[in-house]
Design a protein around this ligand. Structure first.
Ligand SMILES: Cc1cc2nc3c(=O)[nH]c(=O)nc-3n(C[C@H](O)[C@H](O)[C@H](O)COP(=O)(O)OP(=O)(O)OC[C@H]3O[C@@H](n4cnc5c(N)ncnc54)[C@H](O)[C@@H]3O)c2cc1C
Length: 417
């Protein structure tokens, strides 16, 4: 069923009785050509592009809970292409271009809103770093505008310009950055994959990976054994645990990241804004809630909830930047599990086991990567060689030390990226 304005109108007149399920609920089959473990954004987009770009059909996505119940439905929805280093720069640029055509491609309203992102700077050193970053973005073909203090004030008049602990000196403006509705992205890819014949199997936890003679043969699940010629691991914060089922030890630590949303307010913040003197970022959802977050909780954990010290830290950063936020009531907060690599950049690669592939290490920036990650991982699985915009995301860089992409210059500390 194609979605359209006309369809909504017609359904409204007929009591909304004609809508169909967005995807089937199939029983797992005994064998597939390709099994994708993990029904988050990256797993679903991988399955979609395997079917759409490579014409493959005999594919299953196995999800231990419900589709979109992981980080893809828990993030603060920021979409941007403002990376600095070769490797990351071309990949996120590719992703943003896919975002720009995504609603048409999926026939699904993911509410992609290019409202503009402003990264604030508060010192001369930070300004220099943003000038370099902006030039790198422009060289990549993306957009970047350096704003001085008055330029920032024109866009964000509600910031504290008069009495701030860390005075705002300016900002790097990325007009094509913005937000998208996170769970709609999961649903849109799920529907698109299902329409192309992919089996999306929920409540199906993978408990083992079958390997014989150095080759993957299938998986064990809570719904029985499933044979497969190729298996892709796309399990974000659980990547270390799932890879361990194949005897692998990944360079990943799992950490909690929290997010917060206030009661619905009248429109006040019409960009995405990030603070330069602490880890804090904010936007306003279409329902009016202020959606914001900050740092990791700084301890390794598989719990999808965080603790009070980071709540305090995030609220302090918010108050420092925009004191008016003190009047808003926080409605909800939640946590997700981040798959942190030592250099803060991801992995899309084959493993040492024939037919077993891995896509992980998205840290806290993997939502914006959903389209290109799926596109490039599908390319790798289908063609056996990396896509050109993801060819630097190699697993062995953590063995050799060659090709590390330390985007933020924070060193080899998982929890500092
Ligand atoms: C609070 C917060 C804010 C964030 N903000 C942003 C942001 O603003 N911008 C941005 O770009 N990124 C952001 N991120 C990061 C982004 O959400 C993640 O990097 C990205 O969603 C991870 O990929 P995914 O969607 O595939 O993960 P998930 O949705 O977590 O998918 C992985 C799936 O694997 C399943 N799984 C795990 N183990 C098994 C198993 N054994 N068998 C079967 N299935 C299994 C899980 O249930 C899960 O559904 C944020 C994350 C959080 C938590």
């Amino acid at each position: 069923m194609a979605y359209s304005g006309w369809r909504i109108f017609r359904e409204a007149l007929s009591g909304n009785k004609g809508w169909e399920r967005a995807w089937r609920d199939p029983e797992p089959r005994a064998e597939y050509d390709i099994v994708i473990i993990g029904g988050g954004g990256h797993g679903l987009s991988t399955a979609f592009y395997l079917a759409k770009e490579h014409g493959l059909k005999n594919i299953a996505v196995l999800e231990k809970g419900y589709l979109g119940g992981g980080n893809v439905g828990r993030n603060t929805t920021i979409v941007r292409a403002n990376y600095y280093l070769p490797g990351n720069s071309e990949f996120y640029s590719h992703s943003l271009k896919l975002w720009e055509g995504l609603e048409g491609e999926l026939n699904y309203n993911v509410m992609h809103s290019q409202r503009g992102l402003i990264n604030l700077f508060h010192s001369d050193g930070q300004r220099d770093a943003f000038v370099r970053r902006g030039n790198s973005m422009i060289n990549q073909g993306d957009d970047a505008i350096l704003l001085d203090r008055e330029g920032v004030r024109a866009h964000l008049p509600y910031l504290d310009f008069d009495n701030a602990r860390f005075p705002v000196q300016g900002g790097l403006y990325h007009p094509r950055g913005g937000t998208a509705r996170h769970d709609a992205v999961a649903w849109g890819y799920a529907r698109g994959a299902d329409q192309r014949g992919v089996d999306l199997i929920q409540n199906c936890e993978v408990t083992g990976i079958d390997i014989e003679g150095g080759k993957v043969r299938g998986v064990q699940t809570t719904r029985g054994a499933i044979r497969a010629k190729k298996v892709g691991i796309v399990t974000a914060g659980r990547s270390g645990q799932v890879a361990a089922m194949a005897g692998m030890r990944l360079p990943i630590e799992s950490h909690v990241l929290q997010a917060f949303v206030t009661e619905g307010l009248k429109p006040v913040i019409d960009h995405v804004v990030s603070f330069g003197m602490g880890h804090f970022y904010i936007s306003q959802s279409d329902k009016g809630g202020l959606v914001f977050g900050g740092d990791l909780d700084f301890y390794a954990s598989y719990a999808q909830r965080g603790n009070l010290p980071i709540v305090e830290h995030v609220m302090e950063a918010a108050m420092t930047l925009m004191p008016m936020i003190g009047k808003a009531k926080v409605l909800r907060s939640w946590g997700g599990i981040m798959d942190m690599t030592p250099d803060g950049s991801p992995i899309i690669d084959k493993t040492g086991i024939d037919g077993l592939y891995i896509d992980c290490g998205w840290c806290y920036g993997g939502f914006k990567a959903v389209p290109a990650s799926g596109f490039c991982f599908a390319h790798l699985i289908a063609q056996g060689r990396p896509h050109k915009s993801a060819e630097k995301f190699r697993l062995d860089r953590f063995n050799t030390g060659i090709g590390l992409m330390d985007e933020e210059g924070t060193g080899a500390q998982h929890n500092l990226h």
